[in-house]
Write a protein that binds this ligand. Sequence first.
Ligand code: FAD
Length: 423
Amino acid sequence: MHTVVIGAGVVGVTTAWALQKRGHQVTVVERLPDAALETSRGNAGQRSYGVVYPWASAAMVGKALPMLIKPDGALKMGMPPSFSALRFMFETLRFAYAPGLYGLNRRAMLRLAMHSRETFLALENELSLAFDGEHDGLLQLASTAQAMADYRATYDLLQEMGVPCRLLSVDQVREAEPGMTGAGPLHGAISYDTDGTGDCQLFTQALARACEARGVAFRFDTELVRFLADGHQVQGVELRSGQGDNAQLSADAFVLCGGCASPALLSGLGLRLPIYPVKGYSLTAPLLDPQLAPVSTVHDDNFKVVATRLGNRLRATGFVELDDFNRDIPERRLETIRKSVASRFPGAADLSNATSWTGFRPMTPDGPPIIGRGPRQNLYLNTGHGTFGWTLSTGSARLIAQVMDGEVPAMNLDAFRPGRYAE
Ligand SMILES: Cc1cc2nc3c(=O)[nH]c(=O)nc-3n(C[C@H](O)[C@H](O)[C@H](O)COP(=O)(O)OP(=O)(O)OC[C@H]3O[C@@H](n4cnc5c(N)ncnc54)[C@H](O)[C@@H]3O)c2cc1C
């Protein structure tokens, strides 16, 4: 069976890998010159299997206004807000207050994360990929007593779900992260010892090379213009090369892994995907002193900034911004990220000489990704992974491959069904 995968981000490339392992002849179509040059490029690097949760949460709505108003607050919005941003916010509110939905979605996402951890380990055992990856856990700091109380409540749910985690005192945090010598407020932390880190771009590009070695064809610099479909099936895709030449490619099945571009690519086929580009920023700098750097990855809840060690580099990431596809990188955002790192890991890295980046999380208004059959019999969707695409990629890839091969998927996919926004 010839399958075309659209998009060579981490989700598309892991999907291509899962499909070729099952005997599909796979072609990946990517508009950019290599894999992982869009959102999978500069993310926080956390494989946060214990820390996945839906975007739409009533608790977060309560905290949103102060985060929006404070200059260092993590939530930002383009002014005046666009129609798409307002629509996305209203849809988020609808899901946030739907009775029982947050709990159901959180459990479903945690199950998907646990499945992803298993599939990631299997892949790592099979291939030896260089991506500055480690399995040294993840710490979420509590900068207030209230944050620690919230972690205690989370701890109970995670215990019930079988997610390994521990509550740490201030001394235990200092022991786990000896480089954390900054004066930022600290009341303890929750530790996810089986979580990991890694450079998502390095991983995706290395996996793309492994796919190529196994016969997967990558058509880089090639844009999907539209699906060629009748009322039942997709027969092919219309492609445009970097030189502006159009061509058609036919296949038996198609998987859309287009991240934030997915809604536009699907338009005209009768299924609206309400994915919105939620912007974030990162700084990546060489370490100045490895002893002062994070051992693994640390979430500073004070500034909502994540600091991750990636080999001999430090990456610091923050902000949740609704401003459509605006790629500007304002200095004040980077200043907040630097402030956070200085308050936790002073002297670890030279952030004044860092590479800055911005990217767009492909966010659904409820939170779970979209995994399943799309609006035609042979068109499948694996997209909308929001804040957790690196974490959830390998599990999602295995699940969509199972669906495509007509198998019962390894877990219930109800929370991820593509048609849920039309119900
Ligand atoms: C600041 C920030 C921090 C993050 N931190 C983390 C983290 O720590 N852990 C985590 O798990 N996740 C994190 N994420 C989220 C994660 O990066 C994303 O969920 C993930 O990268 C999405 O992968 P994707 O393959 O769906 O999308 P993308 O990587 O955007 O890939 C989609 C691909 O489709 C291609 N494409 C689009 N249109 C076309 C077309 N017409 N024709 C051909 N190709 C096309 C694009 O060029 C792109 O390469 C973070 C995101 C941001 C922004």
